[in-house]
Design a binder for this molecule. Structure first.
Ligand code: COA
Length: 369
């Protein structure tokens, strides 16, 4: 199927069509820039904790001053505790489900109460950690409300505190992926919010859209790809073989960026700080180099560069997170964007309801039969 075909004057995939006004983020595809609440990604990621970044997104969405970082930290701590209290009834149903399916189920159980954006954001690490531990036959661990969000997630998952370097790396990741213009899951969240449905519904819909391999489901395949390549020496021939078979290289290409995705650089730097001399890093560098050269030859007219998923895969693997949990961990950061966009959309009070072009058969008039 050629996905670039434009049928009946419709821009396929709604490419380049603005669907909302937002003060939350801006992707400048031609320049490879991402602006988050008025700051360039690199500066934003260096300046913010998860909590202060979330406060800024939620404040901007409501056109209000951001809550204090400590207030968000306390709110998220309470939300994690509330999510843990709901776990008992849910845990038996996690059996046989993937981590994404368990998160889908857990998110569906979050009540639409006061501050639903905080409730749903706090719930994700609790559900994910519990579901991952259940797969290893381990009981869930209660959250520690005094810890930062990323630190508590790693502790609940592993059963022991993570190092400062690991918490910093995960925080950088979560803040880096918090929002990204009108991506598919954010658009989904805004459509849901525009109907007047609440923020937890918008977040659940956003997560559903995120799970596809063309959006947030790519990091796991990236890691599988690196494993298949095996050694830097095999990178060139493996990449060429895949493109010959008509396969897409996971972690490359982007709808908006026509140059390198700026998130890839921030995550690569975070990975280099976390494991500066790792063998995997050398393999990733070799695959990236081979892929970029091969893609240039393969599609000379279509710039295909490294996207966020490539180094996401490496970073999350470096944190020893379970591979099947990569998409839910993405959701742990992006949920702030979904809920902020949903609030911003609700403020417009306008239902999103585009038109379609009918290309089906016309009814035949009775007298022509
Ligand atoms: N590897 C090989 N070829 C690729 C490619 C990739 N990663 N990404 C795009 N292409 C090719 C397509 O096959 C298409 O070729 P065609 O014109 O012969 O059909 C052409 O480049 C244009 O691709 P298109 O699907 O129109 O681009 P898009 O803007 O719709 O897609 C992605 C963007 C991200 C969906 C796409 O680049 C992709 O599938 N990447 C791999 C998955 C991935 O990394 N996803 C995470 C995104 S953050």
């Amino acid at each position: 199927m050629n996905t670039n075909v434009q049928t009946s004057g419709i821009k396929s995939g709604l490419e380049g069509i603005p669907a909302a006004e937002t003060a939350l983020s801006h992707v400048v595809g031609a320049a490879g820039e991402l602006i988050l609440c008025g700051a360039h990604l690199k500066d934003f990621a260096a300046a913010h904790s998860f909590e202060s970044a979330a406060a800024l997104f939620w404040g901007t969405a409501q056109d209000e001053a951001p809550m204090a970082e400590e207030q968000v930290r306390a709110g998220l701590g309470a939300a994690r505790a509330a999510a843990f209290a709901r776990l008992g009834a849910l845990l038996p149903s996690f059996e046989g489900l993937s981590l994404s399916e368990a998160l889908r189920l857990g998110l569906a159980a979050v009540p639409e109460e006061d501050a639903p954006h905080i409730a749903v954001t706090g719930a994700i690490p609790v559900i994910l950690a519990a579901a991952a531990r259940a797969k290893e036959g381990k009981a869930p661990l209660a959250p520690d409300a005094s810890l930062p969000h990323a630190a508590d997630f790693l502790r609940m998952l592993r059963g022991e505190p993570a190092s400062e370097a690991e918490v910093t790396a995960l925080t950088t990741y979560l803040v880096t992926v918090m929002d990204h213009g009108m991506n598919a899951s954010t658009f989904t969240a805004r459509v849901i919010a525009s109907t007047g449905a609440g923020l937890t519904w918008a977040a659940l819909g956003g997560f559903a859209a995120l799970t596809g391999p063309l959006h947030g489901g790519a990091p796991e395949p990236v890691l599988n790809m690196l494993e298949e390549v095996g050694t830097p020496a095999r990178a060139e021939s493996w990449v060429a073989g895949e493109l010959e078979k008509g396969e897409r290289l996971m972690g490359f290409g982007h709808r908006i960026y026509k140059v390198r995705d700026p998130r890839a650089d921030v995550l690569k730097a975070a990975l280099e700080r976390l494991s500066p001399s790792g063998e995997k890093l050398a393999l990733a560098r070799a695959v990236e180099e081979a892929a970029l050269a091969a893609l240039k030859r393969h599609k000379p007219d279509r710039p295909l560069e490294t996207n966020v998923e490539f180094y996401t895969a490496m970073l999350l693997d470096g944190l020893a997170l379970p591979r099947a949990g990569f998409t839910p961990v993405f959701a742990m950061g992006r949920v702030v964007g979904w809920t902020a966009h949903a609030m911003e959309q609700q403020r417009t009070g306008r239902l999103i309801r585009p038109a379609s072009l009918y290309v089906g058969r016309k009814p035949v008039r009775e007298e022509w039969r």
